[in-house]
Design a protein around this ligand. Structure first.
Ligand SMILES: [Fe+2]
Ligand SMILES: [Fe+2]
Length: 289
């Protein structure tokens, strides 16, 4: 049954966030970088999205078993970029799934790094799949590129059956005060100045999202391009790899608006957009004539 509002004790089990889509992460109060792997089940087939780090593997695998899926039913592992918090457990998955035809799906820009984790799986670039993965039933996962948000090969994954969009680091957040679903109070939705909280909250969840994007994304331009790609997709639920799932349309619009006008993202916080390197000065250095 799909959980609308799980309590914190229910985070001990896999939680179905949409038809056949399970959150298989765990509540990690020690870490500000909370990870959310997901399992998509279609009849007797399954795929894992952004499976998680090596130390998290035992917990993630236990959650998969709780759904009734056996390891050999996992046909593919999808990695939306190549960071260790997604990919670290690839050898563990390969060991337990033990399928010769297990596929690792990612953009070719990511696969050249992912191959350093993988021992035995077939590495399949998204271009070879025409940017979609199809289950035997015909259910499709579509892959949409979001380059440099934050890796060259970053992409998001859309399940048209449930309108869930898996966004990896996009819409992620830092923060130890974590809930599976993002809830904003009505007065929060009116807030225009996140640095002055009328409710005196110790941590503003929206500010946590903005801070994460300033630090993790490469540039304002890359983030805006990614948001533009997302805006074309008819999603209803955002399922990020960090932070909380957002399923309320007004909250999605509210966060989207803040992100689309966010400044000082990545390198743009350090240098101006029209910055030019003064090669003349470099030429004058001793030893460079
Ligand atoms: Fe990342
Ligand atoms: Fe991440």
């Amino acid at each position: 049954m799909i959980d609308s509002e799980p309590t914190s004790t229910e985070y001990e089990r896999a939680i179905e966030i949409a038809d056949g889509i399970y959150w298989i992460g765990f509540n990690d109060p020690q870490s500000g970088l909370h990870c959310n792997p997901y399992l998509v089940i279609d009849n007797d087939e399954a795929v894992v999205i952004d499976g998680g780090s090596r130390p998290d593997f035992a917990t993630v695998m236990m959650k998969i078993l709780q759904t009734g899926i056996a390891p050999h039913q996992i046909q593919a592992l999808i990695y939306q970029h190549y960071d260790p918090d997604l990919c670290g457990s690839i050898p563990n998955f390969e060991d337990i799934i033990r399928r010769k035809d297990l596929q690792i799906l990612s953009d070719s820009e990511n696969l050249m790094f992912i191959r350093h984790y993988s021992v035995s799986s077939g590495l399949v670039p998204l271009s070879k799949l025409k940017f979609q993965y199809e289950f035997s039933s015909g259910r499709r996962l579509q892959f949409i590129k979001t380059p440099y948000s934050h890796s060259a090969g970053s992409f998001v994954t859309f399940d048209a059956k449930t309108n869930v969009l898996f966004t990896s680091d996009l819409f992620g957040s830092y923060g130890v005060d974590w809930e599976l679903y993002l809830h904003l109070a009505p007065e929060c939705m009116e807030c225009k100045n996140l640095s002055q909280c009328d409710r005196k909250l110790p941590d503003c969840p929206v500010d946590g999202i903005l801070h994460f994007h300033r630090k993790i994304m490469t540039s304002t331009k890359a983030l805006r391009y990614a948001l533009e790609q997302m805006a074309k997709i008819p999603f209803e639920i955002i399922a990020p790899q960090h932070g909380s799932i957002i399923k309320d349309a007004a909250t999605i619009r509210y966060v989207f608006e803040f992100l689309s006008s966010l400044k000082g993202v990545g390198i743009d916080e350090i240098i101006e957009a029209d910055y030019e390197f003064d090669y003349g000065n470099f030429k004058k250095r001793p030893g460079t004539q």
